[in-house]
Write a protein that binds this ligand. Structure first.
Ligand code: F6P
Length: 543
């Protein structure tokens, strides 16, 4: 098995898709000419129903997209991914977040060693520890039960646990869970203001344990704790999650309070590892494991379903179609549940840090569009904010609508209103409103003549705006795990087709390097070699 490096533009399917893109019809026309379309372009899997029929595709386009996936070697790539091959080649690592949710008896090897037993050891450590904090048997330095947890991390060491903890708020226990991520000292102080040092547990999460933000924030939190309770309290109040065990020791965290992770888990895919400790603390280890179980079920679907019936593959191919052939710049993700309000932010890291690349796997500059900007907010709030642009603006914005059949608190009146909006919006975006309909409406309102004519153009909706509906039975730890894994595999497929390396993130380095130079200059008060604009701004800040 090997990881393919095929320039997608050299394939027959790419050429075919270029032709098809030039001749595509409107969504309204597709629906008018094919009664079977809705059923044909939907996938039912477990508690998921994915209707992608309101997208700019027909049988020919779908066939060409699936052929493209085959021509670039998606099936081999998928096998290499699950088998733990070194597919993150620029960092020389396997990409095995899937192993973190594999069954206990699985055999997944990295450098010849089965990593599954060690994964289960860490899962047991998470279970025992989180259970003891939740039931109060693990005490703070003053012998009290913990009441609050503060997760200190950034990027993947923050967004995953923070997003999931919010998403599973319904399943939460009594522990107050907070997140400190930004190196902004005001963020740190606002969180510390809310917690009592005597009953607060700090979970410092950093894969590398070298990240400036996290080390600064952990140092500040430690100082705050020591001022309140003395140096000896650190051992009881700080635990850490990292691959860098020596650095944790140097920080002063005891080795028995360390939860290890591995370099074959990318930060933005790490919530399933010990990085998810704050999740296990917030909702308990059973729910944490159900989350992993749901992800594993999606892994199995992705690994085994044929590409044309494979949810992550189809969603990814649609993104490739819009991005590389139809010039879409962005995608919206609109969850119709407040619980998922952090999902778009979480996906921004997953999607944009992974596929924001312009050099292909052969080291050549790409000649096509890759990556996509992802953004969104929950419905219905977003309807009253940016939906105007989606309905009547000039941009092509494919959108994912994620909704649930059942609400969690069972307030059916609210849920019906929420879901009526959910269905109405995708229908409105697709169907639009014709000039004839606008005229009819205005006449019914008593308008006529000039007054009517002046208004008509502004009230027309062209429709033809693509959406994909992901309708899930209920928001549970399991369905949430499957949903997140669905996006992880979507990212993978896009990267394979675009022939880019999705699992490195060299693009975040330059800014970090320059920030170090500037910070040194603040200390030495010597503003040296910068461009004129930056030098002027620095002088203004440190005059
Ligand atoms: O700067 C980007 C990044 O490396 C992310 O990929 C990662 O999730 C984040 O920083 C935090 O890194 P760490 O967990 O090593 O502190």
């Amino acid at each position: 098995m090997s990881f393919p490096k095929i320039n997608p533009t050299t394939t027959n399917s790419w050429k075919k898709l270029t032709e098809l893109a030039a001749n595509r019809k409107t969504l309204q026309a597709y629906f008018a000419e094919d009664d079977a379309r809705a059923k044909q372009f939907s996938i039912e899997w477990d508690q998921f129903f994915v209707d992608y029929s309101k997208n700019h595709l027909d049988n020919d386009i779908k066939e060409a997209l699936v052929s493209l996936a085959k021509e670039v070697g998606l099936e081999d790539a998928r096998a290499a991914y699950f088998a733990g091959e070194t597919i993150n080649q620029t960092e020389g690592r396997a990409v095995l977040h899937t192993a973190l949710r594999a069954k206990a008896g699985a055999d997944i090897r990295v450098d010849g060693e089965n990593v599954v037993p060690e994964i289960y050891n860490v899962r047991e450590q998470i279970r025992t520890f989180s259970q003891s904090v939740i039931d109060g048997s693990r005490k703070s330095s003053s012998g009290q039960a913990f009441t609050a947890v503060v997760n200190i991390g950034i990027g993947g060491s923050d967004l995953g646990p923070a997003m999931i903890t919010e998403a599973l708020a319904y399943y939460k226990n009594h522990l107050d869970v907070h997140f400190i991520s930004n190196v902004d000292g005001d963020h740190v102080m606002e969180v510390l203001k809310k917690v009592n040092p005597a009953t607060t547990l700090f979970v410092v999460v950093s894969k590398t344990f070298t990240t400036q933000e996290t080390l600064s924030n952990a140092t500040t939190a430690k100082k705050w704790l020591v001022e309140a309770l003395g140096e000896s309290a650190v051992a009881d109040h700080f635990v850490a999650v990292s691959t860098n065990l020596p650095a944790i020791g140097a920080f002063g965290i005891q080795s028995e309070n360390v939860f290890p992770m591995n370099d074959w888990v990318g930060g933005r895919f790490s919530l399933w590892s010990a990085v998810g400790l704050s999740i296990a603390l917030a909702v308990g280890p059973d729910h944490f494991e159900a989350l992993l179980e749901g992800a594993h079920e999606m892994d199995t679907h992705f690994a085994t379903a044929p590409i044309d019936e494979n949810i992550p593959a189809i969603l990814a191919l649609l993104t490739v179609w819009y991005t590389s052939f139809l010039d879409a710049q962005s995608e919206a993700v609109i969850p119709y549940t407040q619980y998922l309000h952090r999902l778009p932010a979480y996906l921004q890291q997953g999607i944009m840090e992974s596929n924001g690349k312009s050099v292909d796997r052969n080291g050549e500059a790409v000649s096509y569009q890759t990556g996509n900007i992802v953004w969104g907010e929950p419905g219905t709030n977003s309807q009253h904010a940016f939906f105007q642009l989606m309905h009547q603006g000039t941009k092509l914005i494919p959108a994912h609508f994620i909704g649930f059949v059942e609400s969690l608190h069972g307030n059916q009146d609210h849920h019906d209103k929420l879901m009526a909006n959910f269905f109405a919006q995708t229908e409105a975006l697709m169907q639009g409103k014709t000039e004839a309909q606008v005229r009819e409406e205005l006449v019914a309102k008593g308008l006529s003549g000039d007054a009517l004519e002046k208004l008509v153009p502004f009230k027309i909706f062209t429709g033809d705006k693509p959406t994909t509906t992901v309708l899930i039975e209920k928001l549970t730890p399991k369905t949430l795990g499957a949903l997140v894994a669905m996006y992880e595999h979507k990212i993978f497929v896009e990267g394979v087709v675009w022939n880019i390396f999705s699992y490195d993130q060299w693009g975040v380095e330059l800014g970090k390097q320059l920030a170090t130079v500037i910070l040194d200059e603040f200390d030495t008060r010597k503003i040296s070699s910068h461009d004129a604009s930056t030098a002027q701004l620095l002088r203004r800040f440190k005059s």
